[in-house]
Design a protein around this ligand. Structure first.
Ligand code: LMR
Length: 396
């Protein structure tokens, strides 16, 4: 039977990470997959995570099942972090949440729940978007479309084109937005733009589907949730998917959450039962360890303080690396203006290189990035920045 299957190309992001691991050149630099690296090139286990893990291992007396919705304490703490503890929609009991296996598992649960609610629903993705959004959401049976987002020449959001596209949408069309740290382009909506979108979505009955995988890594934990909180306050229905991979460094533990905002408490209860039923049908129950750790870090005063400090260090470092990259490019009179990189947020930016230039960087200079020329800024450090910028200037 499986003879009918055809070999497929490696994943656009994880495939590059594998190539990097096979490279033995001492000069190699990994700017591909979106994982934070410190100045020594390591992706550390956060101190707050290590302490929480030790506490949990010492206290844990069983490995029995937790339940379909996962760790209730985790879900509660995550909702407070995401929406704000006093958010009117949260207080009104209109939000249903379920712990998921990473943000990707969260997208999958959201996708299947949307299809169940409205099989003909159309979900609009930004052009560009995270390369896995399209295949992942397609598997849940959604009808996917794209709206214009990034202006590659001007290196900013093409907001007019975006609004024009949204003005043609139907009521109940769903628009996937990146809560902050847009992946792959790093160009985030301003508060004013979020406000305009909230007006437009309200007027046209459009449902926002917000993927927020990097809360805390752009401007701050509260600031980065602006769009989520606004939409949840203004609209009857919102889908939100979040992840603890990046802000808590729990990548391999697979920790995420799907939340649905419903029109009223009764519908929220129905939504909760459907989230659970969908999850049960796909993977039954989420893994516990990472969520237990995240829940502990978020709810314990001391650990939370430590985490906010560690998160602040990651955020400040990423933002200063953006600045450093631009300065180094200017020092070398690079034949391209890279100043936009210091304006963008989060781990990613497009360099604007051709695929041929990206391949040359990989094969001749051992500098790895996604073939669209998306770089993970957090892969730059004091010891490789000169080499990275020299290599980029060389291929230009
Ligand atoms: C990325 O975009 O590099 C990360 O979100 C990792 C992934 O799974 O693609």
């Amino acid at each position: 039977m499986f003879q009918s299957l055809e070999a497929l190309p490696p994943d656009a992001i994880i495939g590059i990470m594998s190539l990097y691991r096979q490279d033995n050149d001492p000069r190699k630099v990994d700017l591909s997959v979106g994982v934070y690296q410190d100045d020594s090139g390591k992706t550390p286990v956060l101190d707050c995570v290590r302490i929480a893990e030790q506490q949990i291992l010492e206290e844990q007396s069983t490995k029995s099942y937790v339940g379909i919705a996962g760790n209730a304490g985790f879900n509660k703490s995550m909702e407070s972090m995401l929406f704000g503890v006093n958010h009117p929609t949260l207080r009104a009991g209109r939000i249903s949440s379920i712990q998921t296996p990473g943000g990707s598992g969260g997208l999958c649960v959201a996708g299947h729940t949307i299809v169940r609610a409205k099989p003909e629903a159309r979900v609009w993705l930004s052009d560009p978007s995270w390369p896995n959004h399209m295949p992942l959401l397609k598997l849940s049976g959604l009808n996917l479309e794209q709206y214009p987002y990034y202006d590659y020449d001007k290196h900013c959001i093409n907001f007019d084109a975006m609004i024009n596209a949204f003005n043609t949408l139907r009521s109940d069309d769903i628009v996937l937005l990146h809560g902050c740290c847009h992946n792959p382009c790093g160009a985030d909506l301003s508060k004013e733009q979020w406000n305009l979108l909230a007006d437009l979505f309200e007027e046209r009955g459009i449902v926002p589907f917000i993927d927020i995988a990097y809360q805390g890594l752009a401007n701050g934990l509260e600031e980065d949730a602006y769009g989520v909180r606004l939409m949840a306050e203004r609209l009857d229905e919102v889908v939100v998917v979040t992840s603890c991979s990046k802000n808590l460094g729990l990548y391999r533990e697979r920790v995420g959450m799907t939340s649905l905002v419903s029109k009223d408490v009764e519908r929220a209860k129905i939504a909760q039962s459907n989230l659970g039923n969908v999850a049960r049908g796909i993977y039954s129950m989420p893994p516990d360890h990472g969520a237990a750790v995240a829940g502990r870090v978020l709810s314990d005063g001391e650990l939370n303080k430590l985490w906010l400090k560690e998160l602040g260090t990651m955020r400040t470092r990423i933002n200063s690396l953006r600045q450093l990259f631009v300065e180094k490019a200017e020092e070398r009179n690079a034949p391209r203006d890279f100043s936009f990189i210091s304006e963008e947020k989060g781990m990613f930016s497009f360099l604007g290189l051709s695929r041929k230039q990206v391949v040359k960087l990989r094969e001749e200079f051992h500098v790895y990035m996604v073939e669209t020329s998306r770089i993970n800024v957090a892969g730059i450090n004091q010891s490789n920045v000169d080499y990275v910028v020299d290599s980029i200037v060389a291929v230009l």
